[in-house]
Structure formats: C-alpha cells, structure tokens
Design a protein around this ligand. Structure first.
Ligand code: MLC
Ligand code: AMP
Length: 505
C-alpha cells in the first residue's frame, strides 16, 4: 500500500515530536500532533461516506486545523478543494455544484447561508472555526488518532484549485499527486530548504503559493513554519528573529518597506526572501536590497502548473526577471497565432511542460484543449521573453486578467455583474497601477438612456455577488468607451488615461 504524496509529506513523521507549526500564541504543534488531528478528520470523512476520488470543499479561516484537513484528504484519497474565504455564498455555490463536492466544510458564521447551498448541490455540511471549534472537531474528538492510509498512484488527483476564466466561469484545475510532489522536490533542492528552516508563513492556504509552495516544501524539507492567520506587519516583525526564510506576494514586501522597524539588523540572520504570484517591481527589489542587503528571489508560477521558473539561489537574482526554467520544466516562447517557437530576445506567449503541469480542467474538455496541447505544453496566457543569458522576463499578459495583491480577478466576471445593474448600458473593467496592491480594479460605466447609474446601489449589489477583493475600488461613469475600428473596447487606453488614479500622494 502506498500513497506517494501522503507518505512523503506526512506519513514519515508518524510518532515524531519534532516541531511543525509555531503559532502566534507561543504554542507549537508537533508533526505527530498534526498527523493525529488529520487522522481523526479522515475518520470523520470516511464515516460521512466521502470516498477516495470524491471532492471535499473547504471554506474556512486559516488555522492548523485547516491545514490538517488537507493532510486528511491526501491520506484518505479525497480530492481537496480549498476556497478563498472572501468568496460570497453565490460564488461558493458555483464551486460546490460544479465540483460535485460530497462535503463542504465552512465556518459556523456562514452555516446559515451555506446550508441551503450544500443541500441544493447534494453535499453534506460540517463546520470548523479558526479556533478549532465546530461540528467537525466535535466528531473528531472521539475518533482514533491513526487512520489506514488509502493507496494512491502518482496519477491520482490530490486537489482541485479553481481559477477564474476569461469567459467569467471558473475552471477547476485538476492536480495530481505527482504534480504536487515533483514540484516540491524540485523546489526544496533549488532553494536549499532543510530541516533547519523556519518559514514565516503569512499567506492564505487556499492558493498554490501558501498551500503547496510554502507548506509542501516545509514538510518535505522537515522544517517548521511560524503559522500566522494573515499578513500583519507587527506579527512579521515580531517573529522574524525566529525565522530563517519568508515567502510572500509583492504587497508583503512593499508593506514591510513602508515600516521603519523593518531594518537590516532585523533581517541579518535571514537566509531567504522569496516573492511570487504577481510582478515584483524592479524598484522594490532594489529598495529591498538597499534596506536589508538581501536580494529577493523572484519565481513564477500558476495554479495550473505550480512553479515554472525561478531566479537562482546562488547565481545572480536579477530584478525584473523570474529567472530560469526549473529543472524538469521545458519553457518556450511562441507566436500566439502560429504556435511556432520564437528565438531568444523575441516577445511571445509563454508555454510550459513538465511533471508540474496539471491534468486539465474538471469537466471542461474544450477549455482544456484550448490551453493544454497534445504534446503536453500548457499555454500560460503570459507574455514573455528570454534574454541571451536564459533569464525569463514576463512582459505582459495575453489574457484579460488583473492581479491585485496576488489575487486574480478576471474583468469579464466583474463586467457581467456591472452590466446587469439598473442604469448601466455597458461596462469595462481594467486594472490600473496601485501602490499597495500592484494593480487595482476600476470599473467604467456607460449610462443607459433611461437612468443614471446609482453608484452606491451598484456597490451594494456587487457586494452580494463578488468577493470583496474583486470589487472595483472606483466606479467611473463615462460618456462612451474608447473603441478600435473593429468596435473592440481599447482597455489599454483606459489604463493609460487612468494610470495615475491611485498613485501615492
Ligand atoms: C484584501 N483586499 C483586497 C485584497 N486583499 N483588495 C484587493 N486586492 C487584494 N489582494 C480588500 C479587503 O477586503 C479590504 O476591503 C481592503 O482591501 C483592505 O484590506 P487589507 O486589510 O489592507 O488587506 P489585507 O487583509 O491586509 O490583505 C492584503 C494582502 C492579501 C495582500 C495581505 O490580499 C493577501 O494575503 N494576498 C495574498 C494572495 C495570495 O496568496 N496569492 C497567491 C495566489 S497563487 P474593504 O473595502 O473592506 O476595506 C498564484 C500562483 C503563484 O498566484 O505563482 O504563486
Ligand atoms: P494564478 O492563476 O492565481 O495561479 O496566477 C497565475 C498568474 O500569476 C500567472 O499566470 C502570472 O500572470 C502571475 N504571476 C505569478 N508569478 C509571477 C511573477 N513572479 N511575476 C509576474 N507574474 C506572476
């Protein structure tokens, strides 16, 4: 009986009282405590009739328990489907229904709103709060602290992560055990993680970055994590003396640079700062080095592929680039029209292939075929160029996507909601530079003949449909939208014209 992902990341710690999670209240959870918690949850899931291969959706605040649900799913062969806590009930409804989840775990605060949604989708519902209380823990308390690991192969699915689509419908990216394991193995070696590492973990654990990159690597290396509920500069600064490494989105680093307590002395002992999920401005890279003497190591990844490229650990970490393709990853730059590979120095779409690349989108064969070629190359939708020394630079996106504070927002999804509002004839949503979030969402509205749009009312309605981070930070009514001769809205002109909207005072 083997389960490669469970055995490698979790099972090997059975009986080991080595520290795994250091919590802000000063307590520590050992590897063995963590495995016992996961095993009890695995029993609850089995007793509820959730079978290997079934999906289990989870929308709860970050906590050791939330991470243990991931381990429980891996151990029992269940496909783990974590959801952003910011998603509204409307959004969760789609994910539960689309994935066919057998069970939804939510916070008790959302139980009333989500119970009818789970029922309509034929899913069971259990609760778990950030403090560990809830129906899941109540049942788990009386169950055994070990669970017979379910046998899996490398090709079996381990997780679904939903990514928004250009048409506005989210797609479930299917990730196999091998996708996750191979990437963790590569990164531990590339970034030289060891059992001496203590990682500052302030990222959410419902996305690739905080869940797979940060947690899987730490587990594989045998290190521990200072596990914080969310990014809070006070907590980061207080805990940094006990850490060796940190991972974050660029907003983490710009916020730390804004804090005068973030000094060279504070970071002197640190081994590594890693950034990803959104472009790190070369200026931030340089400021960080001037302040601390450390060069942030920037890497590039995606939900569908885990990590693809990274700046080197030992060689030159070059600002404004995402480094080299990782070992085992093939990367090429192609002509978007013909698919032909372009020579070094030419800009084109980035395609990647390797054991890290996902298995396709759940029940969307056409979407899968559009992005995943028969020969295994995945069309990322990012535009890039490779320089003469092999460094990959991301220069833009071939997809209409906004990345705000590391979260992805597909304009189409927001436009569909805005277009539906009284007084709105049509809308265009674009991302403009923002000093804190990198990019921020702005909604442009064209009034209908009958009425003027009521912006307050629109903001309220948007709040019911869409997660907070997707809301336009500003709505602007225009007499018309700039269009090209084909009638297509020229979003680039809006981005240029409103580029200074959020610039620092
Ligand atoms: C919060 N808000 C955001 C936001 N996060 N708005 C836009 N973009 C975001 N990212 C909203 C809040 O709801 C609030 O709204 C207001 O902005 C201010 O909130 P805040 O308290 O300042 O935000 P905070 O809680 O501090 O969160 C900011 C953040 C967080 C940057 C710390 O967004 C974060 O942890 N981001 C990480 C995302 C991540 O892990 N991405 C990885 C994806 S994986 P209001 O109106 O109520 O005040 C991936 C692949 C790869 O991309 O390569 O890694
Ligand atoms: P997601 O779908 O949330 O996984 O986001 C993946 C997208 O984030 C990629 O397609 C890129 O556009 C972007 N991304 C991730 N890392 C970087 C980076 N280091 N620099 C620029 N963009 C990045």
């Amino acid at each position: 009986m083997t389960n490669p992902l469970y055995d490698t990341l979790f099972g090997r710690y059975a009986g080991k009282t080595t520290p795994f999670l250091h919590l802000p209240d000063g307590s520590t959870i050992t590897h063995d405590d963590f495995l016992s918690m996961a095993a009890r949850y695995a029993h609850v899931f089995r007793n509820a009739g959730v079978e290997p291969g079934d999906r289990l959706a989870v929308q709860i605040e970050k906590s050791p328990q939330a991470l243990a649900i991931y381990a429980a799913c891996v151990q029992s062969g269940i496909v783990f489907l974590p959801l952003n806590t910011a998603y509204t009930a409307n959004e969760v409804s789609y994910f539960v229904e689309n994935s066919g989840a057998k069970l939804l775990v939510c916070d008790t605060a959302n139980e009333t709103a989500l119970t009818p949604i789970a029922q309509a989708a034929g899913a069971l519902l259990e609760t778990l709060n950030a403090d560990g209380a809830g129906s899941l823990s109540t049942q788990a308390a009386t169950l055994p602290s070990s669970f017979p690991t379910v046998s899996r192969t490398h090709d079996d699915l381990a997780a679904f992560l939903y990514t928004s689509g250009t048409t506005g419908r989210s797609k479930g990216a299917m990730l196999s055990q091998q996708n996750l394991l191979s990437n963790a193995e590569t990164l531990v070696e590339y970034w030289k993680f060891t059992d001496q590492d203590v990682l500052l973990h302030a990222l959410p654990i419902f996305h690739t970055h905080g869940l797979f990159v940060a947690s899987n690597i730490t587990l594989l290396a045998g290190g521990s994590m200072i596990f914080m509920g969310k990014f809070n500069p006070d907590q980061i600064i207080e805990n940094m003396p006990h850490a060796t490494s940190m991972m974050g989105v660029p907003t983490f680093y710009t916020r730390l640079l804004d804090d005068t307590r973030f000094t060279k002395a504070l970071t002197k002992h640190m081994r590594l700062f890693i950034s990803g999920s959104a472009p790190l401005l070369a200026d931030t890279h340089i400021q960080f080095e001037n302040r601390t003497g450390h060069r942030i190591l920037e890497r590039y990844g995606m939900t569908e592929t885990n990590m693809n490229t990274s700046n080197p650990y030992e060689g030159e970490r070059r600002a404004g680039t995402v480094g080299f393709p990782l070992p085992g990853v093939d990367l090429k730059i192609t002509n978007a029209e013909t698919g032909d590979t372009l020579p070094a120095g030419e800009i084109g779409q980035i395609e990647v292939r390797g054991p890290n690349v996902f298995q396709g989108y759940w029940q969307m064969p056409e979407k899968t075929a559009e992005e995943l070629r028969d020969d295994g190359f995945f069309i990322t939708g990012d535009l890039g160029v490779i320089d003469d020394q092999g460094y990959v630079q991301i220069v833009g996106r071939n997809k209409d996507l906004i990345i705000s504070g590391g979260y992805n927002i597909y304009p189409k999804e927001v436009e569909l909601v805005l277009d539906d509002q009284p007084g709105v004839l049509e809308s265009a949503v674009v991302g403009v530079p923002h000093p804190d979030f990198g990019e921020s969402v702005v909604g442009f509205l064209i009034a209908s003949d009958e009425a003027e749009p009521d912006l307050d009312a629109i903001n309220r309605t948007v709040g019911v449909s869409l997660a907070r981070f997707k809301h336009p930070k500003k709505l602007i009514v225009l007499p018309n939208l700039p269009r090209n001769t084909m009638g297509k809205v020229q979003k680039n002109l809006l981005r240029e014209q409103y580029g200074e909207l959020f610039s620092r005072q």
